[in-house]
Design a protein around this ligand. Structure first.
Ligand code: CS2
Length: 322
């Protein structure tokens, strides 16, 4: 009878475990371009654990870092086609929603506070609404980003040092126009192609916040971090609007609540990360170059004004007056 009891206990345990692992009713495929130990991925994993716990396993979140689901533009297209569900994206959305350009305008925001006021005020709402209307992607959280810095293999201290520098930029027309005006030769390229292109010398430089410079190990192929601080920006975590609408209301609340907690969690990590990154990259051999930021800003601003139009320009001027 002892054998019977043990057998029954084992069966009950298996059944119990089986019940808890009921197949999820919904799966969210969340792809992004940062590495596994980057703050963005830690935030995505936090979102995953909150959603799976608070939905009692009714939603499964699958996180794919390092562009495993494709480049930023490919994942945006996949979400629009319904073969992916979430990603982390920002100013590249201007290819569909022009106002998304305002998320990352060279030399516009001087401080985090000024930027937060825009994001959480009427202008931020207007940008978000156009993103939803024009891309079918619903922003559910936003992350502040460190300033974008120019990396290179020769020091760049003022615009004339650029002298036709072959520079990769993301698929952001505003960046292309600005860097052309500054005297570089910008080329749009997916983030995951940058390392090899730098290694092979098809490009000389790239520009990104310190966090993504670390994420892609650009310290291995770039000597200098030229502190241009040329873009202070934010980025959205987005979910396909159609997918979100398929969720019953209680699960929509679970997703939005998890997104809020992810946003606060990511901001705490971001602040700590910013204090660490400069030393980490220096320890990896990168040299930090102080730059005549005023000279860059004075040359960039006319190019920005020329590149923006209509509502973009109106909101750009409104932000400047804030
Ligand atoms: C990244 C992206 O590819 C890159 O350089 O920094 O996040 C880029 O900022 C995208 O344009 C965001 O939409």
């Amino acid at each position: 009878s002892r054998k019977l009891a043990v057998g029954a206990l084992a069966a009950a345990t298996l059944l119990g475990a089986g019940m808890a692992q009921a197949a999820p009713e919904y799966t969210l495929k969340f792809g992004h371009l940062a590495s596994e130990d980057n703050v963005w991925n830690k935030a995505a994993m936090k979102f995953k654990s909150l959603v799976e716990k608070n939905s009692d396993g009714r939603i499964a979140v699958r996180v794919y870092p390092n562009e495993q689901l494709g480049s930023e533009m490919e994942v945006i297209n996949s979400i629009q086609l319904g073969t992916a569900d979430m990603t982390i994206t920002g100013e590249s959305l201007q290819n569909w929603a022009p106002l998304a350009a305002l998320m990352a305008v060279p030399y516009l925001f001087d401080s985090s506070e000024q930027m937060r006021k825009t994001i959480e005020g009427p202008i931020g709402e207007q940008i978000k609404q156009q993103v939803v209307d024009k891309t079918g992607l619903l922003p559910i959280a936003w992350f502040e980003r460190g300033p974008r810095e120019l990396t290179s293999n020769r020091p760049i201290r003022k615009p004339s040092d650029l002298d036709g520098l072959k520079l990769r930029v993301p698929n952001v027309p505003l960046f292309v126009k600005t860097w052309q005006a500054l005297g570089a030769r910008p080329t749009p390229m997916a983030f995951s192609e940058v390392f090899t292109s730098l290694q092979q010398g098809t490009i000389d430089a790239q520009e990104n916040p310190l966090s993504l410079i670390e994420s892609a190990s650009f310290d291995e192929v770039q000597k200098y971090v030229n502190m241009t601080d040329h873009v202070r920006s934010w980025i959205y975590v987005v979910i396909g609007q159609q997918k979100f609408n398929q969720l019953p209301e209680d699960l929509q609340k679970v997703v939005m609540n998890a997104a809020d907690q992810m946003q606060s969690y990511e901001h705490e990590l971001f602040v700590k990360d910013q204090q660490r990154l400069r030393k980490t990259l220096k320890d990896h051999g990168m040299q930090f170059i102080e730059v005549d930021q005023q000279a860059f800003a004075e040359k960039a601003r006319p190019a920005v004004r020329k590149a923006l139009s209509g509502e973009q320009l109106k909101l750009y001027e409104k932000i400047q007056q804030q």
